[in-house]
Design a protein around this ligand. Structure first.
Ligand code: IMP
Length: 193
C-alpha cells in the first residue's frame, strides 16, 4: 500500500515524497523570512554598495529570492568550495575550486550561504575573504547552531533549525531534492542506505 503523506509534502515532491519525513519550513514561511532579511540588510547597508557572494550550489534558490529584496547597489558573484568528508558531514580539508571573478579589494562583501552546520566551511571562507575585502558579513538561511564546532559570526540568519539532515529550497543530498519549494527533513534511511 502507498504511504499517505500530508499535502504539504506532496506539493512539488510527488516524485520523491517517500524519501521525506516532514516539512520543516513551508514555502510561505521561507518567503516571509527572506523578505524580512532583505529589508534588514537593506537598512543596515544604508545604500552602500555590496558584493553579494553566493556559495554554490546550495545557495542558488535562496540567493535568487534574497537578491530581489535588496534595495542596494549590488554586484553578484559566486564561489565553490570543496570539502572532503562523507555525503552528509563535511570534514577536514577545504579548497576553493571557484574563486570570485570580481575584484574584492576595498569592497564590502556579503557572503550568502544555504546552511551552516559545523561552521568549518564558512569559517575557512570568511578567513580567506578577510585577507582580500574591506568588510565581510555573512547571511545564511539555516543555522544548525547545536552542531557548531568552529565559531563563526553570522550577521543574518533565516532560521535556527534542529540537528536533522534537510533538503529542498536549494539544499541537496547527493545532488537531489534541490528543486523542492520548501525545506524538508530527509528520512535517515535515505542517507544511511
Ligand atoms: P559545515 O562546514 O559543516 O558548516 O557544512 C556546511 C555545508 O554542509 C553546507 O554548505 C551544505 O553543503 C552541507 N550541509 C550541512 N548540513 C546539511 C543539511 O542538513 N542538508 C544539506 N546540506 C547540508
Amino acid at each position: 500500500m502507498m504511504d499517505e503523506q500530508p499535502t504539504e509534502i506532496s506539493q512539488g515532491a510527488v516524485y520523491c515524497q517517500r524519501d521525506l519525513a516532514s516539512v520543516l519550513l513551508t514555502a510561505e514561511q521561507i518567503a516571509a523570512r527572506v523578505a524580512e532579511l532583505g529589508r534588514q540588510i537593506t537598512r543596515d547597508y544604508g545604500g552602500q554598495p555590496v558584493v553579494v557572494l553566493g556559495v554554490l550550489n546550495g545557495v542558488v534558490v535562496f540567493l535568487a529570492d534574497l537578491l530581489r529584496h535588496l534595495d542596494l547597489p549590488c554586484e553578484v558573484d559566486f564561489v565553490t568550495l570543496a570539502s572532503y568528508g562523507s555525503s552528509t558531514v563535511s570534514s577536514g580539508e577545504i579548497t576553493l575550486v571557484r574563486e570570485p571573478r570580481l575584484p574584492l579589494e576595498g569592497k564590502r562583501v556579503l557572503v550568502v550561504e544555504d546552511i551552516v552546520d559545523t561552521g568549518r566551511t564558512l569559517a575557512w571562507l570568511v578567513n580567506w575573504l578577510r585577507e582580500r575585502a574591506a568588510e565581510v558579513r555573512v547571511c545564511c538561511l539555516l543555522d544548525k547552531a547545536s552542531r557548531r564546532e568552529v565559531p563563526v559570526r553570522l550577521d543574518y540568519v533565516g532560521f535556527e533549525i534542529p540537528d536533522a539532515f534537510v533538503v529542498g529550497y536549494g539544499l541537496d543530498f547527493a545532488q537531489a531534492y534541490r528543486n523542492l519549494p520548501y525545506v524538508a527533513v530527509l528520512k535517515p534511511e535515505v542517507y544511511q542506505r
